[in-house]
Write a protein that binds this ligand. Structure first.
Ligand code: SF4
Length: 314
């Protein structure tokens, strides 16, 4: 007599997020950036130093008085990772999307429940009453000298505020109520020149929701059909796989062959090609150095060998 057996349930599908908070502005400028394959790159020394500064500064009891005061004198939640299903946000739909609190101080390799989710980590996040406050620590020199957008124009801060609001609204709904923030405060905490510089701004709930509609519409409709090259390319995770970057070196050479014949409106295009060519060459050089380091040395000719010699000036 045969015995009925039930097959084990299939493991749930897991997905990487479609976009992350730090990639939102690149995505809005060029939606293909979230669709093309992304490549992992080793973090440079400046980025590594920034990560270490985050680990030291973003801890309870460690905020400088001015930053603590911005949060009303209480420590915010640090390194809170959130995720929201952008595909569920229809134009004009009042229903709440799914959202998840992924954890605190977790690895940035977020895993989310479905495709076309947004995920991100808020360095500092607080919701007190109906006031939402989100701040991000920026440690770089360039960030202190104008490379950042205004807080209320930053896709990173706006999307993090949205994630926090959706989670709070889902909690209110589970308790049988509704919740709408009266204030949404956004800030950069800059440490390149002083330990407690702040640039902050506010956005209304209605303005944020309009921005969210645009973001989610682009998430739902993004394809790799069209690429829009621009200043955002240098920070794009899909740069290495982007067809639009192919031929940058050839275009630079063609573009500068006779600069007197180049109209003004094409100078910016040539500049973008030069920036792309720099990145291609930097990546190629780094890969070549790794290969030479691994092999010890490479014979170029009877009299020349290529090898890596590391040292310091001190
Ligand atoms: S490298 Fe530039 S053009 Fe290519 S996908 Fe990224 S942002 Fe778009």
């Amino acid at each position: 007599m045969s015995q009925a057996t039930s097959s084990p349930a299939a493991p749930p599908l897991v997905y990487a997020p479609f976009i992350t908070a730090s990639g939102v502005d690149v995505f809005l400028a060029c939606p293909a950036s979230a669709v093309l394959p992304r490549t992992h790159r080793e973090r440079g020394t400046a980025a590594q130093a920034g990560t270490e500064e985050h680990a030291i500064r973003l801890l309870p009891g460690k905020l400088p008085p001015k930053i603590l005061a911005w949060f009303g004198g209480r420590d915010p939640i640090f390194e809170a990772a959130l995720a929201v299903d952008c595909a569920a946000v229809d134009d004009g739909s009042p229903s709440l999307p799914q959202a998840k609190f992924l954890g605190q101080f977790i690895d940035r390799a977020y895993v989310v429940p479905g495709p076309r989710w947004w995920a991100g980590s808020a360095d500092m996040l607080d919701i007190t009453g109906d006031v939402v406050s989100v701040a991000d620590l920026k440690t770089g020199q360039g960030q202190a000298r104008g490379s950042l957008p205004a807080p209320d124009k930053s896709g990173q801060l706006l999307s993090l505020a949205w994630g926090a609001i959706v989670l709070r609204q889902l909690r209110a709904r589970a308790e049988g109520g509704t919740w709408t923030p009266s204030r949404i405060r956004l800030a950069w905490w800059l440490t390149a020149d002083a330990e407690d510089d702040i640039i902050d701004a506010e956005i209304s709930y209605d303005a944020l929701m309009l921005w969210v509609q645009t973001l989610c519409h682009k998430v739902r409709t993004a394809t790799a059909k069209h690429m829009y090259r621009g200043p955002q390319c240098i920070g794009c995770g899909a740069f290495d796989s982007c067809p639009a970057q192919g031929g940058a070196l050839r275009r630079v050479l063609a573009g500068v062959a006779d600069l007197t014949a180049v109209p003004d409106d094409q100078i910016a295009t040539i500049w973008q090609d030069i920036v792309a060519a720099h990145r291609i060459l930097d990546d190629a050089e780094a890969a070549l150095k790794l290969r030479v380091e691994r092999d010890g040395e490479v014979v170029l000719s009877d009299t020349h060998r290529l090898k890596m010699i590391r040292g310091t000036d001190t």
